[in-house]
Write a protein that binds this ligand. Structure first.
Ligand code: ARG
Length: 467
């Protein structure tokens, strides 16, 4: 189409009629979103089909037009998947690019598709469809990662390691128990995503630009066709709020936060100072200068990418802040953070699941560390409490015994009975049963405790949950 004013060949704009000069080149690039929102094409087509079908069922669109639209959109879908579709910056975004191509292919029927619809409710629908599919994919990836945790935990249900508080040796736990803590975190992460999905899965279409439309539309039909649980019940809210995206980003930030904690531990455990685990070479890299180095790049990057995901959450919150109702172009800025959040999270979870299968525990090093830190001191206190001493007194007795062992450079269990009895005559020779690491572990035999049979029970419950 020729521009009527200056005869310059410009692309037909959906809104160009009101303007007396073309948009400045930089403004065009600044305002266009097609460079990134072309990713929504499949959802845009899906939404358009449902909309057109409803228009036809409501008698707003003729049967021939409906047939042409279906044919045209199928062709466009094919062009896009073949990489033949020509995206044009002049056409601003994914919606106008597809609509223009449809009109080129099928004529006036293409121009009728936008009846009773605006890009405002169209884009809100596209993002929700995209996010719903992304959440479903991520839930599956979390499940895979959880299975990898379960396999490693099962292998290590009896593997003794020191449990830490303040990063100081506290009490013995099993490596399996420690890993199951992450399983629990991921379980809540998955729950949160499922809950978020409910609020994502509502249909904005029908809200049109902001106030609804004068056509006799059937929003319930469109919702059903697109698999939404229902419609957004206020048109102004439907086109303008992106709280569902913010909520998703906060779920993602929590997942990454959990994984950053794990990553930090893997990095520590892999360092020769701990030497608790090895990570398969395919997840590590070497140094270009220090030939001896094997660096835990993958956990370091997971830790680092957590910052990136937190940043996206803040970006989305900030773009929504103070926006007056209803739609504002600010909302176009929701896409890049959202896409990157989904991509980063998907890649992280995929690589994490694989990496967990490449982790091997080093039980001797773990055991030696647990044996070094007076990890059974609490057990000695509990032993005396069970013989009638108040806990606070028992705590004091053990503190003195620990000090004594420390000056001798040995563990509590290495002190002869006579020396131990010097601290309390409640101590008898059955004390060595509780001072051993195994004794300590086995005594924590309740749901949520670290006793190996409880860890196995937890793994059993977890497997059942995952189905
Ligand atoms: N590209 C726009 C976005 O991502 C689509 C909606 C544009 N609506 C408008 N009134 N300019 O939000």
């Amino acid at each position: 189409m020729q521009d009527k004013k200056n005869d310059a060949p410009v692309e037909s704009k959906a809104w160009s009629g009101r303007f007396s000069e073309p948009v400045a080149e930089l403004v065009k690039r600044y305002t266009a979103s097609v460079g990134f929102d072309h990713r929504l094409a499949a959802y845009d087509i899906q939404g358009s089909l449902a909309h057109a079908h409803m228009l036809q069922a409501a008698g707003i669109l003729g049967a021939e037009d409906w047939a042409a639209i279906q044919r045209g959109l199928a062709m466009i879908e094919q062009e896009i998947s073949d990489g033949r579709f020509k995206w044009s910056l002049d056409l601003e975004d994914v919606h106008l690019n597809i609509e223009k191509r449809l009109t080129d292919l099928i004529g006036d029927a293409g121009k009728r598709l936008h009846t009773g619809r605006s890009r405002n409710d169209q884009v809100a629908t596209d993002i929700r469809l995209y996010l719903r599919a992304s959440i479903d994919g991520l839930l599956e990836l979390i499940r895979h990662a959880q299975l990898a945790f379960l396999d490693l935990a099962e292998k290590n249900a009896d593997t003794i390691m020191p449990g830490f508080t303040h990063l100081q040796v506290a009490q013995p736990v099993t490596f399996g128990h420690h890993l199951m803590a992450y399983f629990e975190m991921l379980k809540r992460d998955a729950d949160r995503l499922q809950d978020c999905r409910k609020r994502v899965n509502r249909l904005p279409l029908g809200a049109a630009a902001l106030a609804g439309t004068s056509y006799p539309i059937d929003r319930e039909m469109v919702a059903k066709e697109l698999g939404f649980d229902g419609v957004c019940e206020n048109s102004l809210d439907a086109v303008s709020d992106r709280d569902f995206a913010i909520e998703f980003a906060s779920c993602a930030a929590l997942i990454m936060t959990h994984l950053s904690r794990l990553s930090e531990e893997l990095i520590l455990w892999m360092s020769p100072r701990f030497g608790f685990i090895s990570i398969a070479d395919r997840f590590c890299t070497g140094s270009s200068i220090m030939p001896q180095k094997k660096n835990p790049d993958v956990p370091e990057l997971i830790r680092g990418k957590t910052g990136r995901i937190n940043g996206h959450l803040v970006a989305l919150l900030t773009l929504m802040k103070s926006q007056p109702l209803a739609y504002n172009k600010d909302n176009q800025e929701d896409k890049e953070p959202l896409f990157d959040t989904v991509d980063t999270l998907a890649n992280t979870l995929t690589i994490l699941a694989d990496m967990m299968t490449g982790i091997t525990a080093k039980p001797e090093a773990m055991r030696a560390a647990a044996a070094q830190g007076f990890a059974t001191a609490t057990d000695l206190a509990d032993y005396m409490v069970k013989k009638g001493l108040p806990f606070r007194d028992a705590h004091e007795v053990v503190a003195l015994a620990v000090r004594h062992a420390e000056t001798k450079g040995c563990d509590l269990s290495d002190l002869p009975l006579a020396e131990l009895r010097g601290f309390s005559d409640l101590i008898e020779d059955d004390v060595f049963g509780v001072l051993t690491l195994e004794g300590s572990l086995n005594s924590r035999n309740h749901i949520g405790g670290t006793a190996p049979n409880q860890v196995r029970a937890a793994i059993g419950r977890a497997r059942k949950l995952l189905g």
